[in-house]
Write a protein that binds this ligand. Structure first.
Ligand code: PHE
Length: 335
C-alpha cells in the first residue's frame, strides 16, 4: 500500500539507502515498474481500475523518495554548516606590522636635511657601465678599484656600481649647472667583515656653480651633521687625501668623545674619519662637457650605514642586513 511504501522510504537513513530503494521500486527492474508493465496484458475494465492505482503508487513513491532525499541532504548541510561555523564577532588576532629599517630611516632624514639646503634627489642605476663608474670619473684602467676583487662584474662587462659617484656623471651629463643634488642608494663591493658588507649604502653629494670652493663643502657637511646628530658642537677637520675624481681631495674627520664604550660625536677630543670628498676634478667636468673655466664644484660620498651605527650606537654592520627582529627591536626599530 501507499502507506507501507511511504513508511519504508521515510525510514531510509542514508542517501545510499534511498537510492537503493529508488532502484528497487522504480528502476528498470523495479517492482512498481514491473507492475506497470502488467497493465498492457489487462482487459480495459481491469486497466481502468489498476491503471490509476498503479500510477498513484508510482507517483507516491517518486514523491516520497524526493522528499526523503531532500530531508537527508538538508540534514547533511546543516551538520556541515554547524561544524564549519565561524564566529564573526571574535576579534582578529594582532598581525605583526612592518617598520622602517634604520638605513631607510637615516636616508629619509638626510634627504630631508639636504632638501632644506636646496638639494634635489638624483638617481642612477645599480647596474652601471664602466664609463660612468670609472672612466668618466678619471679612474684610469690601472686603478686598484678596478681590480676584480673589489668590483662585481657581469659577463657583458657591466658591473654593480662600487660607489654612488657615477650619479655625479649622470647628473652632469643630463643637466646644466647650477647643480645641487644628493644621490642616496645601494653600492656593492666584494668585501665582507664586521665593518664591510658586500652591499652597503652611500649618499653622494654634488654642487656645481660659479665660485664654489672648499669652504662651501665644509659648511654644508657641518650643517648636515649638526642637524642629523642634533648637536651644535660637531666640528669637522679636513685632511688632504686622494681620489682620482677630485682635486684637491679631502678626507673629512669628525670630532668625538667616548661615553663608556660608545662614541659620541661633538667636540675635538678625538677624530675619526667620516667621509671622502673634494673639489670636482676639471677633467671630470670636461668629461661631462662642463666649462671648467666658468664652473667649479664639490662632491662628497658618505656611508649611510656608518652614520646610522654612530647615531644609534650599533656596533656590527652585518646586523643591518640579517633581518633579525630581535636586533631591530633592541634599537627601537620594530614593535
Ligand atoms: N666615491 C668615493 C668612495 O666611495 C667617495 C667620494 C665621493 C670621494 C665624492 C670624493 C668625492 O670612496
Amino acid at each position: 500500500t501507499i502507506d507501507d511504501l511511504t513508511a519504508e522510504i521515510g525510514s531510509a537513513n542514508t542517501l545510499d539507502a534511498v537510492e537503493s530503494l529508488r532502484v528497487a521500486l522504480l528502476g528498470k527492474q523495479g517492482s512498481i515498474t514491473g507492475l506497470l508493465k502488467t497493465l498492457g496484458g489487462m482487459t480495459p475494465e481491469q486497466r481502468q481500475v489498476e491503471g490509476p492505482r498503479l500510477n498513484g503508487l508510482r507517483e507516491a513513491a517518486t514523491a516520497a523518495i524526493a522528499a526523503r532525499k531532500a530531508s537527508l541532504e538538508g540534514a547533511a548541510l546543516e551538520a556541515k554548516l554547524a561544524s564549519e561555523r565561524l564566529d564573526l564577532s571574535l576579534p582578529a588576532p594582532d598581525s605583526p606590522r612592518g617598520t622602517i629599517h634604520p638605513v631607510s630611516q637615516v636616508m629619509d632624514e638626510l634627504a630631508e636635511i639636504f632638501a632644506d639646503m636646496g638639494f634635489a634627489v638624483a638617481e642612477g642605476p645599480e647596474i652601471e657601465d664602466d664609463w660612468h663608474n670609472f672612466t668618466a670619473l678619471n679612474i684610469p684602467e690601472t686603478h686598484p678599484a678596478r681590480a676584480m676583487h673589489d668590483t662585481f662584474y657581469f659577463p657583458d662587462g657591466k658591473l654593480l656600481r662600487t660607489h654612488t659617484s657615477p650619479v655625479q656623471i649622470r647628473t652632469m651629463t643630463s643637466q646644466a649647472p647650477p647643480l645641487r643634488i644628493i644621490a642616496p642608494g645601494r653600492v656593492y663591493r666584494s668585501d665582507s667583515d664586521a665593518t664591510h658588507t658586500p652591499m652597503f649604502h652611500q649618499i653622494e653629494g654634488l654642487v656645481i656653480d660659479e665660485g664654489i670652493h672648499l669652504g662651501h663643502l665644509k659648511w654644508t657637511l657641518e650643517t648636515m651633521l649638526r642637524a642629523f646628530f642634533e648637536r651644535d658642537d660637531i666640528v669637522l677637520r679636513l685632511r688632504p687625501s686622494y681620489f682620482p675624481f677630485t682635486e684637491p681631495s679631502v678626507e673629512v674627520d669628525v670630532g668625538y668623545s667616548w661615553q663608556g664604550s660608545r662614541r659620541i660625536l661633538g667636540g675635538d677630543e678625538n677624530w675619526m674619519e667620516l667621509l671622502g670628498s673634494g673639489m670636482v676634478h676639471p677633467r671630470v667636468l670636461a668629461n661631462c662637457n662642463i666649462d671648467a673655466t666658468r664652473y667649479s664644484g664639490f662632491a662628497f660620498g658618505v656611508g649611510v650605514d656608518r652614520l646610522a651605527m654612530l647615531k644609534y650606537g650599533m656596533d656590527d654592520l652585518r646586523a643591518f642586513f640579517d633581518g633579525d627582529l630581535r636586533w631591530l627591536r633592541h634599537y627601537g626599530f620594530a614593535a
